[in-house]
Design a protein around this ligand. Structure first.
Ligand code: AMP
Length: 412
């Protein structure tokens, strides 16, 4: 039972082919610099005798259609894959599902049209993902395809968490509200955390910190999201690699008046040249940590601001949840940076949060518990796998719709 997962961006497509029997990855890759003469495809697949084979190809790929064709051709070279008839389904990562999409959705003409209508809410993220769906529909005809939305996990937010204090019309007519993102990752890691704790997810109150190039915090009660730091778009909340996070909206009007930059330019700056990059000129946490350690004042301040913004959300969500069973770190930074984990939890003994420095330093990327034995709140590192979660959601959605039932016979 094979499932393909696509994550399409404006100039790249990432993909992964899973064998859902044992959840193993049969092939994976990324085609970058779509639209350029030197677009690069990196494709890796497992060999039947064990080990992996890697292909790197550089040639012009001028649009997503050609990109999908190249990926399809590379897949056919994968020994564990013959052609699309072997695919149970294809899952697509979608950034914004608006209010309409509260769960993964089987794609047909009507849903695709509804997804297209969400573009004004997510002009920076959704269009490339829709193009990816269009091209996958053309390249893999007859294979059922499912859209999995980053926002869907947060559809459970109560109105007091998702409404903004703006005139009602902005909500009714323009759908201005908090939606939240990173939902696919959070859904995956809360299940992992419950498994690690040997507890039923329904009994747990968790604060999830997804810290990567994009970062967000979420309060999850009984497996259900009740608040999250990203907002109508992924620009809000924590300080991120290149996104500003929480910012007084009046600063935007001030900058529009003072700088002479257009709305589009300013939107670009707040998304791509702000956050850690705006503060210290870099957005790679490894480098920022190295420079901060070597005494670079801008990097030290950027790290202080990053950690401080996370700590404030931990405090806020502690209050929101009332009781916290575990703090869960995930994402490239959350999984790898013992320093960030240590600093986020520093001084929180009063809240029953005590990290064990030795466990924290020794924690592998695959995850583990890093709290002291007496810590009232568990502190966990969980390795996220959004692609696998999308593949699982794809299977679940197809099962719900009775698609390809013959393929499910005999499957768990
Ligand atoms: P993601 O967006 O989840 O892939 O995370 C990317 C971020 O993780 C980048 O800022 C990386 O610098 C950071 N990262 C990856 N490995 C490490 C590490 N060993 N220590 C600190 N940060 C890391």
């Amino acid at each position: 039972m094979k499932v393909m997962v696509f994550n399409s961006g404006s100039s790249s497509i990432k993909y992964r082919l899973f064998d859902m029997g044992d959840r193993s990855v049969l092939a994976s890759g990324m085609l970058e610099r779509i639209g350029e003469e030197d677009a690069c495809l990196e494709h890796e697949y497992v060999l039947p005798a064990g080990g992996r084979h890697r292909i790197t190809r550089t040639h012009p790929v001028l649009h997503h259609r050609e990109a999908m064709r190249q990926i399809n051709a590379a897949l056919r070279e994968t020994e564990a894959y013959r052609d699309a008839s072997e695919l149970l389904g294809i899952g697509h990562r979608m950034a914004h599902g608006g209010e309409a999409f509260r769960e993964p959705t089987l794609i047909d003409g009507r849903t695709l049209e509804a997804i297209r209508r969400l573009t004004p809410l997510a002009p920076l993220h959704n269009p490339a993902m829709v193009t990816g769906i269009d091209e996958a529909l053309a390249a893999f005809p007859g294979v059922p395809q499912v859209a999995v939305f980053d926002t869907a996990f947060h559809h459970t937010l109560p109105p007091h968490a998702y409404r903004y204090a703006v005139p009602r019309e902005f909500f009714d007519r323009y759908h201005v509200r908090r939606y939240g993102f990173h939902g696919t990752s959070i859904r995956y890691v809360v299940k992992q955390a419950a498994r690690r704790m040997g507890r039923d997810l329904a009994s747990l109150n968790l604060i999830v910190l997804h810290l990567g190039n994009g970062s967000s915090a979420a309060a999850v009660r009984g497996g259900v999201s009740i608040d999250t730091s990203m907002g109508m778009t992924p620009l809000a909340g924590l300080v991120m690699g290149t996104r500003c996070g929480d910012l007084d909206p009046a600063a935007v009007f001030h900058l529009l008046r003072q700088t002479g930059e257009s709305r589009e330019q300013l939107e670009d700056v707040l998304n791509k040249d702000s956050g850690m990059r705006g503060l210290c000129g870099r957005n790679d946490m490894r480098e920022i940590q190295r420079l901060a350690g070597a005494g670079d004042a801008d990097s030290q301040l950027a790290l202080d601001i990053f950690v401080y913004s996370i700590k404030k959300y931990v405090g806020a969500y502690y209050a929101v949840l009332g009781r916290v069973d575990a703090i869960v770190f995930t994402g490239g930074i959350g999984e790898n940076s013992a320093l960030v984990r240590e600093r986020v939890c520093e001084g929180l003994d009063g809240l029953g949060i005590a990290v064990d420095p030795a466990k924290n330093d020794a924690c592998p990327r695959t995850g583990g518990a890093i709290h002291r034995d007496f810590s009232r709140v568990a502190v966990l590192v969980e390795s996220t796998d959004e692609q696998l979660e999308i593949a699982e959601q794809t299977v679940e959605t197809l099962r719900r719709h009775g698609e390809a039932t013959h393929l499910f016979s005999g499957c768990k």
